[in-house]
Write a protein that binds this ligand. Structure first.
Ligand code: UGB
Length: 624
């Protein structure tokens, strides 16, 4: 009746099940002739579960039994450790000596030197449940000025980095690959988004998609497989977490391939934090300068915030077991309550932030150490955990099935196992405005958070606003006359405080470094608060520009444009709050407003050659 693989998987389960915890799966089957196709279906699924987990279902269930027992006993995984604030680098774009431990420009140069040997991995298997969005998060528009999606923003950045690396090395063949980790939930729509947009101009063979599998759900403390409520012949499955990424990269042979190609660092990005691209080059520079095998991009952490904290866990008796690692937000407070003044996850009164750096969870991993670690006995399967919701204090029954979970930031434990004390794990702290404003929460959850006093509601709208503020600050630091929105200047739109403007988007082709911006902005530039500005292009130079309204300038890859004397005055663009009486598509509703583009001055120039946009607004051909 069963296929050889189905039969094999079933036999393995029966043989493993010495305590009878899985009896409900294979026992009491109706006689042959009844439910035959259902039995085949179940056996095939068991075979899938068996094959997709290193060591098969027995390995998964054995780990689950141990973790569930420890959880039921209330065992504290940090019992033997004390958390202390670790050492790392702190970089400030404005180079304020008070906060920078290394000159930003030095870190940037060191990063630019190696940017051609970086590879990118985007973890995008998560669903936007918290965001109240049923599509894939990568398809959401980062902002309404350009309407570019998160995926396009990341791809354009990688292309700009490749361009920069080619310029610096003179190697026109140099290419930077991207791996996207999807899950069953996000895979078809991610592929479709890429295909519909011709991979946003990236070479198709440079994009690899790896797909994470779900794992078996567990119904009780004995790790009994949870069968679907409505279908006794299906094992319920659940996501395993972003930690899958390491094993998948290993299993698909990508790490070997990259090492053969001479790549040196893997940059891991999350799906909805457009600001992170600012910190990739300087963080790469820190990785190289400090010899970090792993470098977490961090931000000052608000006490109690739903972001992990990077801590040095000092083992109380065995220093060899001490390590620098992320402590997840739900575990930080209980851990800190057991030590020091016992106050838990509270702010340092002097800084107003948690003393522990906040994990933006974008990681840079050095490839030689990574390869060595992944080839170890765990094959990149990071340490898992369980988080069952118990029905009552007896901690025996679950409210709903649970499963093993894993997080990509837990890889330091594997580094330590394979490399011992040689593992060099660090972090780089950047200003929040520069690095971190993810879209994670639904509008109403964000509004509640704001009412409760939060300055980081994590909505689509706060992410968009922070993108504009970041560009205001970047331009201001280069001497551009531009109003910079401070906390008191924010205006409430759709229940979330956002910038009143100017709304500025600088495309990655305009520059991926402070150095590039300095080369491009050579003279006087001025923007009013009600303005919107979009600039993109490798060879766009500003000698003199005034904007009071909306201006878009995009230039092609062989088009050299100098803006010299242009004065833009028009009605510009404006946000419109949504009408509570009306229904809007989901992607509009989660933002809380639309943008009306009343009037725009636009230059889309892609003819090869040299041009000047002059004081009268005309485009003149210029001498080379
Ligand atoms: N993801 C996957 O690719 N697969 C999965 O199975 C799950 C997620 P969330 P979370 O940035 O502030 C993380 O759900 O888990 C992708 C850190 O653990 O957005 O709440 C998913 O698509 C935490 O330490 O994040 O918390 C997305 O790209 C903290 O730093 C990414 O994984 C927090 O992020 C993260 O998934 C943060």
């Amino acid at each position: 009746l069963l296929s050889p693989r189905g039969r094999n998987a079933l036999e393995r389960l029966v043989e493993y099940d010495t305590d009878g915890a899985q009896q409900h799966v294979y026992g009491h089957w109706p006689p042959p002739g009844l439910h035959d196709s259902d039995k085949q279906r179940l056996a095939e699924q068991l075979a899938d579960l068996e094959e997709s987990y290193p060591g098969g279902l027995p390995a998964y269930l054995s780990k689950a039994k141990v973790l569930l027992r420890e959880s039921a006993e209330g065992l504290n995984p940090f019992d033997e450790y004390e958390a202390v604030v670790p050492q790392g680098e702190s970089l400030s774009y404005d180079n304020e000596p008070a906060t920078s431990t290394m000159a930003f420009a030095d870190a940037e140069q060191a990063g630019l030197d190696v940017c051609g040997t970086a590879v990118f991995v985007l973890v995008a298997g998560g669903l936007g449940e918290r965001l109240g969005y049923s599509g894939i998060k990568l398809s959401l528009e980062t902002n309404l000025c350009t309407n570019k999606s998160y995926l396009e923003t990341y791809v354009r950045y990688i292309q700009a980095m490749q361009y920069t690396a080619r310029q610096r090395t003179g190697n026109e063949q140099l290419r930077i690959p991207l791996v996207i980790m999807t899950s069953g939930d996000t895979d078809p729509l991610t592929r479709q988004l890429l295909e519909d947009n011709k991979y946003f101009g990236m070479d198709i063979d440079m994009v690899t998609i790896v797909t994470q599998d779900k794992v078996a759900a567990l119904k009780d403390g004995a790790a009994g497989l949870a069968l679907d409520d409505k279908d006794r012949w299906t094992v319920e499955t659940k996501p395993h977490g972003h930690g899958d990424v390491h094993h998948l990269l290993y299993r698909e042979g990508l790490v070997d391939q990259w090492q053969d190609q001479g790549k040196t660092h893997v940059v891991f990005l999350q799906d909805t934090n457009a600001l992170v691209i600012n910190s990739v080059v300087p963080a790469l520079g820190v990785s190289v300068t400090r010899g970090f095998h792993m470098n977490s991009i961090c931000i000052p952490r608000l006490a109690g915030e739903a972001a992990g904290a990077i801590a040095r866990l000092e083992h109380k008796t065995d220093p060899n077991k001490s390590l620098v690692i992320n402590v997840e937000y739900n575990q930080l407070d209980p851990l800190l309550r057991t030590q020091g003044d016992g106050k838990g996850d509270v702010a340092d009164p002097e800084t107003g932030y948690s003393p522990f750096p906040g994990n933006a969870n974008n990681l840079i991993i050095e490839l030689t150490a990574y390869g060595k670690t992944l080839r170890g006995e765990d094959q990149g399967v990071v340490l898992e955990f369980v988080n069952p919701k118990y029905k009552d204090a007896s901690r025996t029954e679950f409210k709903k099935p649970t499963r093993l979970e894993c997080m990509m930031q837990d890889i330091p434990k594997l580094f330590q196992k394979e490399m011992g004390a040689e593992a060099n794990i660090g972090f780089t702290l950047f200003d929040r405005w520069f690095t971190f404003s993810p879209a994670k929460n639904a509008l109403d959850a964000g509004q509640d958070a704001v009412e409760a006093g939060s300055t980081a509601p994590g909505t689509m709208s706060s992410a968009e606003s922070d993108k504009y503020i970041q560009n205001q600050r970047k331009l201001a630091s280069l001497g551009v006359k531009v109003p910079v929105t401070m906390a008191d200047d924010l205006v409430v739109v759709g229940g979330i405080p956002v910038t009143p403007g100017p709304r500025i988007v600088l495309g990655s082709a305009f520059g991926i470094s402070q150095e590039a911006y300095r080369e491009k902005i050579q003279g006087e530039m001025e923007l009013t608060q009600r303005s919107a500005l979009v600039m993109d292009g490798h060879h766009l130079t500003i000698k003199s520009l005034k904007v009071d309204g909306a201006l878009v300038i995009r230039t092609g890859k062989d088009t050299f444009v100098t803006v010299d004397g242009l004065v833009v005055t028009n009605k510009g663009w404006e946000l419109q709050e949504l009408d509570p009486e009306q229904n809007y598509p989901e992607h509009v509703a989660i933002r809380g407003y639309t943008m009306t583009k009343h009037e725009t001055t636009e230059y889309l120039l892609d003819e090869p050659g040299h041009f000047v946009i002059d004081a009268s607004g005309n485009v003149q051909k210029a001498a080379e």
